[in-house]
Design a protein around this ligand. Sequence first.
Ligand code: NDP
Length: 403
Amino acid sequence: MSTVLVIGAGGVSSVCVHKMAMNADIFGDIHLASRTKSKCDSIAASVKERTGQDVATYEIDAEEVPAMVNLIRKVGPSLVVNLALPYQDLPIMDACLEAGVDYLDTANYEPKDEAKFEYKWQWAYHDRFKQAGLMALLGSGFDPGVTSVFTMWLKKHKLKSIRQLDILDCNGGDHGQAFATNFNPEINIREVTAPARHWENGEFVETPAMGKKVEFDFEAVGPKNMYMMYHEELESLAKFNPEMERARFWMTFGDEYIKHLTVLQNVGMTRIDPVKYQGKEIIPLQFLAAVLPKPETLGETTKGNTNIGVIATGEALDGSGEKTFYINNICSHEAAYEETGNQAVSYTTGVPAMIGSAMMVTGKWTGDGVFNMEEMDPDPFMDMLNDHGLPWQVKELDGPVDF
Ligand code: NDP
C-alpha cells in the first residue's frame, strides 16, 4: 500500500482519485491538493460515498515551489500525480526533485504565453531526476498515454517495425450545449487552433490548422469528420520509433464546434497574448474559458461513446510481410458518469493516470530519470486497462489506410 499526493481537482483528477480509491490495495493513502480546496472536498465527499475511502484534502498553489515542497514533506508520498494544468508541470517537477519523490503527469509543460506542445523542457530534467535516483513519467493519460502504449504493444506483439501510424481520436458524445469543450477549454482550444503538424520522412511537416478533413466510420459512433492536427505524443512516438515514415494524429469535431470556433478565432477570442480592457490586462482565451461551460458539469448530460485508437502498418513480426492493425478502446459517457460522476473524456484520461501511478508505486515500471510511456513495457499497463474500465480490442485490417 502506498501514499500518493494528487495535484489538481478537475475532471481528470476526480476520475483518477475515484479509481485510486477503488484500488485501495495499491493506493492505501490518498491525498488531494489543488488551488481551490472546496473542489478537493467535493471529490473527497463523492469518493467517500461511492467507495467508503477517505481522501485528505489541502489548498495549494502548485506554482509556489517552497509551498509544494512543504506539502510533499508533510504528506510523505511515494508519488506526486500532477493532474493540474500543463503550466504547473515544471514547478511540480522542481518540488519533487527538492523533496525527493517520483512524479507523473498527463500533459507536457506549456509556457503560458505561447502554444508549443513540446517535451523539450521536461526532457531537460532527465539528468537531475537520474542523479537523484527518482523517476518522472510523462503523459500517462489517453492521448498522450494509452495511444503510445497501444503503439508499443503492437510493436512488441505484432509488428517488427512501424512504417505508418495514424492516431484516431473520436468523441461521439453529445453534451447538448451549443459550444463546450470536454476538457480544460483553454488547453483544448490552444490545441485545435495551433497549426497541424505530422511526422513525415524524418521531420515534422506543418500545415494550416484544421486544413485536412477525412470522414471515418467509427465503431459505436458512426461516420464522423476527423481533422489532422498536432498532438504531443507524435514527438515521443517519432523519437522512440525512428523507423516510421509517417505518423499523424486525427481528432473528430462536429460542424457546430467548428462553426463556433471559427467565429471565436476570427473575432480574436482565442488569442493568448494580453489585451488591455478597462485598464486591466486580460488574456482573451482565459476570459473565454471562464464563460464556457465547465467540463466537469457536462457529465450528467453527455450521451454517446468515445472511440480512440491507433492504426499501424509495418513488417509483421512473424515474417508474413506487411500488415496493418487497428487497436482501440470504446468508452461510454453514460457508464463513465455512472461510475465516477464524470464524462468519458475525463474518464479516459483519469483511468490511465491511475494505471500509470499503479505501475510506478508497485514497481512494475521503474527507472531513474524522465521517461515517456514508449520506454516502458506495455503489457502490465494493457492488462490493467482491461481490468479497470478501458478494455481494448485489436484487429487486422485489409491494408494500410487510404487517406
Ligand atoms: P481542469 O481545468 O478541469 O482541472 C485543472 C485543475 O488544476 C483545477 O482543479 C485547477 O484549479 C487546478 N489548478 C490550476 N492551476 C493550479 C495551480 N497553480 N495550483 C494548483 N492547482 C491548480 O482540467 P482537466 O481535469 O480537464 O485536465 C487536467 C490535466 O489533464 C490537464 O493538464 C490536461 O491538459 C490533461 N489532459 C490530458 C489528456 C490526455 O489524454 N493525456 C486529456 C485531457 C486532459 P481550480 O479548480 O482552482 O481552477
